[in-house]
Design a protein. Structure first.
Length: 255
């Protein structure tokens, strides 16, 4: 495949799989990146010599950086026609090694690149304050990592601001075994299926004196993201009850 086309496809794949493509969001991280040199804009032909040059291709993509053998090689910055920007290392016109990607939506990626895609260890910051760090594979969040969901920007601590998940991920979803710490104090340990708590798991309620929350912990089956099926329910008075439960109608006592 043409390496210039591969680079363009890489941008499209990353945007689709992370939800970080262009949007009407007015926040843009592009302005925080290293700008393409204004003084170099008169150069538009593909450099034939090795060195540091500016080049604009026929699609409007602007590159400034190192060239070797007429290709992007080494460190360089690419401002794509859709305003996505990449800063980092290249090998034969393909993003390879380590870099940063900035989207107009406000998303920022910092991490490893392979075959023009996010691949390896990386960090993704989302415009509304969510963030993820961990494994990426073929342009998608897949593997093991930590995803933080902003719930209260005024929270006094990181735990009070974010629901924080640590565990297995697949295609950007919580998928597999993981642990979720909620801002209100509850904790879930167990299995997820595409962001949904499913199968065997443990839910620990927050410390509270609220008489409407007499439980401390449930161990058992989850379906449709909540308690459903066989398990054991533990109460604050030290008692417990084993049976089949509907999470929307949990008993208030063990009797």
């Amino acid at each position: 495949m043409n390496k210039k086309l591969l680079s363009l496809l890489g941008v499209a794949v990353i945007a689709l799989t992370t939800g970080c493509g262009n949007s009407n969001n007015n926040s843009s991280s592009v302005n925080n990146s290293t700008p393409i040199s204004e003084s170099s804009r008169e150069i538009t032909e593909l450099p034939t010599e090795d060195g540091w040059f500016y080049y604009m291709d026929e699609t409007g993509n602007e590159y400034e950086g190192q060239f070797v053998n007429g290709m992007y090689n080494g460190y360089g910055t690419m401002l794509y026609a859709d305003s996505t920007m990449y800063e980092g290392t290249w090998v034969d016109n393909v993003r390879e090694g380590h870099g940063k990607i900035y989207w107009n939506s406000g998303c920022i990626y910092v991490g490893e690149m392979h075959n023009d895609l996010m691949h390896g260890a990386g960090y993704m910051l989302y415009p509304m304050g969510d963030y993820y760090y961990g494994d990426f594979k073929d342009g998608q969040i897949t593997g093991f990592g930590t995803k933080a969901f902003l719930r209260d920007s005024t929270g006094a601590t990181q735990q009070k601001k974010y629901d924080i998940y640590t565990g297995e991920m697949k295609d950007g979803f919580l998928h597999g075994y993981g642990t979720m710490h909620y801002t209100f104090g509850g904790v879930f340990y167990g299995n997820y299926d595409m962001n949904i708590r499913t199968g065997y798991g443990t839910y620990v309620w927050e410390e509270t004196d609220d008489p409407n929350i007499p439980w401390t912990m449930f161990k058992g089956n989850f379906a449709n993201d909540w308690i459903s099926g066989e398990g054991t329910l533990y109460f604050r008075d030290g008692t417990f009850k084993t049976g089949t439960f509907d999470g929307n109608a949990l008993p208030l006592t063990s009797e």
